[in-house]
Design a protein around this ligand. Structure first.
Ligand code: 2M8
Length: 506
């Protein structure tokens, strides 16, 4: 059934009062038990009151989300956030395109197109495409820091510079969804199909790069050379592997990220950042060449979350191949990658935790942590029903969204009872709306409709302050990091459209 309401994206738009749906308040379908009970380990946790003011109504929330995307629109591409992230980030753009699809199919396509215009000759999609107009002091490490990456014979020849890393491959999922949204809305379908045809070869090259240069072992799992490639930068997933990294001689640097957040505990620590910058140095010295990095990088890890996203992206690409009439050989390759990916994830299962674990190739050991990435088999669409059941139990347990002190039953990025959990520190505990979206989407695909609906509605309730934070304090619901984060606004738009579509069904 088509989503009938269109979000008005014109300047100053306020959809409030335009239709009945807009008058609904955002309420979770199931009340949360808790709200704000006493916090464990209170001495380590700074608490702040939850955001003031009544929740924003649905229509207004949609208009505000659209306004965030409009404000961050740099003309054919979207900066990840207004101040903290002035460039185009790879997986942010994928989620942003999903949100944009509800506003303008052509603009959603442009988001992915502009990113893939900077694809490397190897097929790699860079983790950042730098904004040539951003002032030099706006983000570190910026284009100057990455300039030597442009010397690589594999770097794109276009004028804008890119980083030499990559990020989780959510792009094919986004491209497939652009068509799905267009079909539901009954608008822009021909344009979307045409876009699928245009972009298919680039996506295939990207996935081939991941299946070969990033998986010479043929394990089905993606190797990363830097925690930034995981997108969950300072997650405790990487603590043990990072501790083994010895920082070598490198030029002094000044952090700029701390200038954009009110509280340094919301960002990675100094020693973590030193290792991040050292690993950038290692990547640059290797000419960003995966084969060289396999020999030289002190950080060499199989990332289960990126691998799970790749499984789903390969499924999406297989559907795109059907739509575009790609050769049979491509489809066989995609099917093989999907199977190998699921098998690889199966092998990384930890029965004790009931989660999947990353693997450190340098020492040949799993990286044992209880983080949201452990739900990789759920995200990949495991074919093992026993594992799916276990994953759902773990998700519902107090180790994740069943913790009684959570503001909303939404999964923190790290289990709240873990020693390394920190409720304000970036990927070490806060709730990330974009991860909620990924889990919601995976639950829908797994046929877990009720769970999915609860997650979506609580996720929207979390965003009903209308600020579209980068991430949220799990116990108080305070938005942290950057306000006006593009991918947060984008997932809100997708959820709102889904909520409306479902409510319209007889
Ligand atoms: C964060 O990462 C960047 C480095 O890539 C940073 O901390 O400076 C992560 O949350 C990452 O997943 C995200 O893509 C990026 C932009 O939103 O910010």
């Amino acid at each position: 059934m088509p989503v009938s309401r269109k979000v008005d994206v014109s300047e100053g738009a306020d959809a409030k009062g335009e239709n009945d749906v807009s008058q609904r308040e955002l309420q979770p379908t199931t009340p949360t038990s808790s709200g704000r009970g006493p916090l464990p380990r209170g001495d380590r946790m700074k608490t702040t009151p939850p955001p003031e003011g009544p929740p924003v109504e649905v229509g207004e929330l949609a208009a505000r989300a659209a306004a965030v995307l409009r404000k961050n629109d740099m003309g054919g591409w979207t900066r990840a956030a207004p101040n903290l992230y002035p460039h185009q980030w790879s997986w942010d753009s994928a989620f942003i395109a999903i949100g944009l699809a509800h506003l303008d199919v052509g603009r959603a396509a442009a988001e992915i197109r502009s990113l893939l215009d900077h694809q490397w000759k190897t097929g790699k999609v860079p983790h950042i495409v730098f904004n040539p107009d951003a002032p030099p002091e706006s983000y570190f490490p910026g284009p100057e820091h990455w300039s030597s990456a442009a010397d690589s014979p594999d770097a794109p020849s276009s004028p804008a510079k890119t980083s030499g890393l990559c990020q989780p491959p959510a792009h094919a999922i986004a491209v497939r969804r652009i068509l799905e949204v267009a079909e539901k809305r009954g608008e822009g379908v021909a344009e979307a199909r045409e876009f699928l045809r245009e972009i298919y070869p680039k996506l295939l090259a990207w996935h081939r790069y991941l299946a070969t240069a990033r998986d010479p072992e043929g394990s089905g799992l993606v190797t990363i050379f830097h925690p930034w490639e995981s997108g969950t930068d300072n997650s405790p997933r990487w603590s043990a592997a990072l501790e083994r990294v010895e920082v070598g001689e490198m030029p002094d640097y000044a952090r700029l990220d701390l200038e954009h957040v009110p509280d340094p505990s919301e960002r990675p620590t100094g020693p973590e950042y030193d290792r991040f910058i050292w690993l950038v140095e290692v990547n640059k010295r290797a000419g960003c060449d995966a084969a060289v990095l396999y020999d030289t990088s002190p950080f060499l890890v199989k990332d289960v979350l990126a691998s799970a996203i790749l499984v789903r992206a390969n499924e999406a690409l297989l559907e795109i191949a059907e739509v575009t009439g790609a050769p049979d050989g491509d489809r066989d390759t995609l099917r093989a990658w999907i199977e190998r990916g699921r098998q690889g994830l199966d092998e990384r299962w930890d029965p004790g935790l009931g989660l999947c674990l990353d693997y450190d190739l340098r020492v040949g050991e799993p990286l044992k942590t209880r983080t949201i990435a452990g739900f990789a088999p759920l995200i990949a669409g495991t074919l093992r029903t026993d594992r799916l059941r276990t994953l759902l139990e773990v998700l519902d347990s107090r180790a994740f969204l069943g913790h009684p002190d959570l503001r909303w039953p939404l999964p923190p990025s790290m289990g709240p009872e873990e020693p390394e959990f920190h409720p304000r520190s970036y990927w070490r505990g806060p709730v990330w709306p974009v991860m909620n979206w990924l889990l919601w989407w995976s639950l829908v695909k797994a046929g877990e409709k009720e769970r999915a609906t609860r997650l979506r509605d609580h996720g929207l309730a979390q965003l009903s302050d209308g600020r579209f934070g980068e991430y949220y304090e799990p116990f108080t619901g305070e938005p942290l990091g950057s306000d006006g984060q593009s991918w947060t606004a984008a997932v809100a738009l997708d959820w709102l459209a889904d909520q409306e579509e479902v409510s319209e069904k007889p």
